[in-house]
Design a protein. Structure first.
Length: 147
C-alpha cells in the first residue's frame, strides 16, 4: 500500500484492485450478472420509495424473546402492482392509516434489505399517508387530510 505525500494515485489503484476481495461487493456483482438480478426480487424495483394503496391493517407477533403485537398494513403498490407488508412506526400511528389510503413506503433499514428487529418478514415502513408525514401526525403537529 502506498503511504506518504504523493501516494493518492497508488491508493486509488489499490482500492480498485482489492475491491474484488470484499464479500459484499462480490455478492452484489454476482447478483447483477444473473438474469433479472436484484430487481427481480425487490418489490420497489430498485427505487428507495414507492406509493401504494392500503388493502388491510394487520397485527404481527414479535419474534422471540419479545412479545407483543406490532401494527402493520398490507399494501398494493401502484407502479408494479406488488403486494407487501409495511410497519407503522410510532405510538398510535396505525390509527392515522385507514383502508384505501395512499401511503409512501421505504425500506425499514434492516441488514441487506432484509427484515428488521423483531418483525418477521416485514422489510418496509410507512412514512407518509395521503401526502402528509406519518411522524408529524403522530406527534400532533399536523392533521390527516380528508380525501
Amino acid at each position: 500500500m502506498g503511504r506518504g505525500l504523493f501516494a493518492g494515485s497508488k491508493i486509488k489503484a489499490d482500492r480498485q484492485r482489492f475491491r474484488q476481495k470484499d464479500r459484499l461487493i462480490r455478492r452484489r456483482m454476482k447478483k447483477k450478472s444473473r438474469v433479472g438480478g436484484v430487481l427481480k426480487h425487490d418489490p420497489l424495483r430498485g427505487s428507495h420509495q414507492a406509493k401504494g394503496i392500503v388493502t388491510e391493517k394487520v397485527n404481527i407477533e414479535a419474534k422471540q424473546p419479545n412479545s407483543g403485537l406490532r401494527k402493520a398494513v398490507k399494501i398494493n403498490l401502484k407502479g408494479s402492482g406488488n403486494k407487501l407488508t409495511a410497519f407503522a412506526p410510532g405510538d398510535g400511528a396505525i390509527s392515522f392509516i385507514d383502508e384505501h389510503d395512499e401511503v409512501l413506503v421505504e425500506g425499514i433499514g434492516g441488514r441487506m434489505g432484509r427484515s428488521y428487529g423483531d418483525l418477521p418478514g416485514v422489510r418496509f415502513k410507512v412514512i407518509k399517508v395521503n401526502g402528509v408525514s406519518l411522524d408529524e401526525m403522530v406527534r400532533g403537529r399536523k392533521e390527516k387530510p380528508v380525501r
